[in-house]
Design a protein around this ligand. Structure first.
Ligand SMILES: C[S@@+](CC[C@H](N)C(=O)[O-])C[C@H]1O[C@@H](n2cnc3c(N)ncnc32)[C@H](O)[C@@H]1O
Length: 417
């Protein structure tokens, strides 16, 4: 085995690969030896030959391989961020939490072949007797993936050019299906093509957010107890365009993102931006570096109007907590969104902030008060994650558990604590 040490100057791929693995593990995205071995075995730089080798092994860098020539913000294809790749691979590898002895999958389908790098990792996880199929919608992308996989001895991986919405019935049932592209609606073919108890690892978009969800098939349902924040290229194709986005303010700086099933009329919110109310401070303290993305889940599980604001607020309104994505709740002509204020540092100088909800519009105070309650609920157990269940569309309300229902063309997704 190659001996490696931390090195800021080397271009040796083996050294850089070990450094990348260490960085991923340090951030707690890597626990399994099986996943570590796969990351070690596959030379990522050879799947992104146009990128400098050091970039290929940055733990937090996605590498664009097919730019978006029609002006969109995101590329048409890329090699995903290695930290996210490892996190998703662990979800593929792991069985349900109650079954720690579950074997890693041997028959795996990937939607979103991209460079072929992840398919090679999946082939390592599935082992020499396993079977991996990877699909991409773009023929130039699959051609590149095929050639890289062949060059590295992964000819056993099947590469298919197709819309991944139909899955790949010829090799079903799968022990695991992984989407490395972000669907808005979950295609029913994926559930059908999973073996009973099989895993679907998918970066699902809902309520302006994107989370990688580890579902398990249970009859015609998909049920998940675990999910993690992640961003992905949106999936192309039918039923995948249910996310709505519009600029709210005259300056064109503040954007609202929501789902097609939500009762949100952006025009009704425009006057609210000129009617700021008092921020409701929750008393909940956030130390520097602490994550708070699960607040979004608390909102999604409780509020039909949970959504996202991004950009910058105009004068008179508090700043968004994160410019790129701040959780918000819309209710008719009013809204509230997450903010923070710095308070006195903790002993030792650690910076501290208090979380709150900024109010806008006639009913803003009431919406912000509810929002603050959700912050408090999150604070009672910050690690708690909701159960996310996807029922087939048409499932009657009476057959759904309590929680918020997100209606999409093919499923009714229920988020419940
Ligand atoms: C983030 S890239 C995948 C990265 C890849 N797994 C890798 O290891 O390099 C997402 C890919 O999904 C593909 N894609 C988008 N919509 C699709 C669809 N409906 N069916 C199949 N592939 C799709 C894109 O062409 C793109 O190559």
């Amino acid at each position: 085995m190659t001996t490696t040490t931390a090195d800021d100057t080397t271009d040796d791929p083996a050294v850089l690969r070990e450094q990348m693995i260490r960085e991923i593990a340090k951030r707690k995205y890597l626990h399994h030896d099986g996943v570590r071995d796969a990351l070690r075995a596959v030379p990522r730089h050879l799947f992104v030959p146009d990128a400098p080798v050091r970039n290929a092994y940055q733990h937090n860098l996605a590498i664009t391989t097919k730019p978006n020539t029609s002006g969109g913000r995101l590329p048409r294809s890329c090699a995903s961020v290695p930290t996210v790749v490892a996190m998703m691979l662990e979800y593929v590898y792991n069985g349900p939490p109650e079954d720690t002895s579950a074997a890693p999958p041997v028959n795996v389908l990937e939607i979103g072949a991209g460079t072929g790098y992840n398919a090679a990792l999946l082939a390592e996880v599935a082992g020499p007797g396993g079977h991996v199929v990877t699909i991409d919608i773009h023929p130039d992308v699959t051609a590149e993936a095929r050639s890289s996989l062949d060059a590295l001895g992964y000819s056993r991986v099947e590469v298919i050019t197709a819309d991944g919405v139909g899955g790949y019935p010829a090799s079903a049932p799968y022990d695991a299906i992984i989407a490395t592209v972000g669907p808005w609606d979950l295609p029913p073919a994926w559930t059908r093509q999973l073996a009973p108890g099989g895993r679907l690892v998918v970066p699902l978009r809902f309520r302006g957010n994107s989370r990688c969800v580890q579902f398990f098939r249970d009859g015609d349902l998909l049920r998940a107890e675990s999910s993690r924040l992640c961003g992905f290229i949106p999936m192309e194709g039918p039923n995948q365009d249910g996310e709505r986005e519009t600029v709210l303010d005259a300056a064109g700086a503040l954007t609202l993102t929501w789902d097609a099933d939500q009762d949100i009329t952006p025009a009704a919110l425009v006057p609210a931006l000129d009617q700021p109310g008092d921020t409701v401070w929750s008393g909940v303290i956030l130390h520097d570096g602490e994550s708070f993305d699960a607040i979004w889940l608390r909102l999604a599980a409780a509020e039909h109007g949970a959504c996202r604001l991004s950009g910058a607020t105009s004068e008179g309104l508090p700043d968004l907590v994160i410019c790129a994505r701040t959780p918000a709740v819309v209710d008719g002509d009013s809204l509230a969104y997450l903010v923070l204020r710095e308070i006195e540092a903790a002993p030792g100088g650690v910076r501290r902030n208090e979380l709150g909800a900024a109010a806008c519009g006639p009913a803003g105070a009431a919406v912000a008060a509810r929002f603050a309650e959700h912050i408090l609920a999150w604070d009672t157990d910050r690690e708690a994650l909701p159960t996310i269940t996807a029922y087939p569309a048409g499932t009657p309300d009476d057959d759904l558990p309590s929680g918020q229902v997100i209606d999409k063309p093919s499923n009714r997704v229920v988020i419940s604590y």
